[in-house]
Design a protein around this ligand. Sequence first.
Ligand code: A3P
Ligand code: MG
Ligand code: MG
Ligand code: MG
Length: 358
Amino acid sequence: MSDFSQEEKVAIAAVKRASILTSSVFEKLVKNETLVKGDKSPVTVGDFAAQAVISTILHNAFPNDPIVGEEDASDLRVESGKAMKDRIVALANEALTAPLTQGEDPAWGVGPGKERTADQILEAIDRGNYPGGSTGRMWTIDPIDGTKGFLRGEQYAVCVSLIVDAKVQVGVIGCPNLPVDPAEPSKGVGCIFTAVRGKGARQIAFSSSSPGADGATISLSIPQTLELKDLSFLESVEAAHSSHSFNDRVAAILNVQQPPTRMDSQAKYACLARGQGGAYLRMPTGVGYKEKIWDHAPGEILVTEAGGIVTDSRGEPLNFGLGRTLGENYGVIAAAKTIHGEILAAVQKAQNEAKAKV
Ligand SMILES: Nc1ncnc2c1ncn2[C@@H]1O[C@H](COP(=O)(O)O)[C@@H](OP(=O)(O)O)[C@H]1O
Ligand SMILES: [Mg+2]
Ligand SMILES: [Mg+2]
Ligand SMILES: [Mg+2]
């Protein structure tokens, strides 16, 4: 059986190229480069171009693997999307044709001379249309997770995972705006988080030429000694994405003394994996929204490999085999092994209180 080292290598390279692209797009983003999708959420030229880049690289390296990607190119195939399409094709080609870096293989479809046509770029975006399921290999791509954070100049993440028979085996999360060292934010931003099932979780600084080359790679483990009162719940910035007031109630039940840490994207899972906050709570704000597998698969493996537990509010593991979503929304609770059980019990208590009120 594969040890997934090749898959991890390819995913890191794809996330790195896409992260450089999204950072440079932010500097140049202009007003007419953002669309509002059918579900009212924003999508930028950066989301589309980054998905094209990652999908192209994954497809070249693993031509038989299906891809579950957040974005599709239908809005770019109509006349009104032409200007955006041209810009996306140019951005994706700029990222794909940048010189090879150490460890990259031209067979992945990258390097000078590897330009794609507009049709090939749209096709690469639309390759992310796989419906998912409980068997076989599949990749997930969230080209910009936390698009709202990206647009605010705050946290966002470029996220890729490999799922095999409904279990995440590889997860890679690029966080271009995240301080490399949380204790010394002035030291610089930009890190990649990576995990392979059974092999641990690591952080690699963007500035590092290649993983492990210059001491900029560190192994991640969640401290298991944190006391409940010292927790600072990691939660979404957007109140529509997860219930802030529910988390406040859970914090009160547990006698948590610290305010929550609000942050967009799977940077929350990454921060938890390197010891920040102590717990990530994401409870639904209402009924109807189904969580997407690309919003959680990389984070789930990262936290688990760093010594944490990720479940829903029933205490069940997240089910990545139900299609593009996690199915009915029971929320997400991620925390160090030592305190996950107590947090879960407090969440269930808060749920019962809320039920008793209706
Ligand atoms: N009502 C809702 N409840 C929960 N998550 C939602 C939501 N509406 C959108 N999202 C998801 O929340 C993600 C961002 O999470 P966070 O709040 O942790 O930054 C979005 O990812 P994208 O930004 O990739 O679209 C989107 O998939
Ligand atoms: Mg989105
Ligand atoms: Mg997302
Ligand atoms: Mg996204």
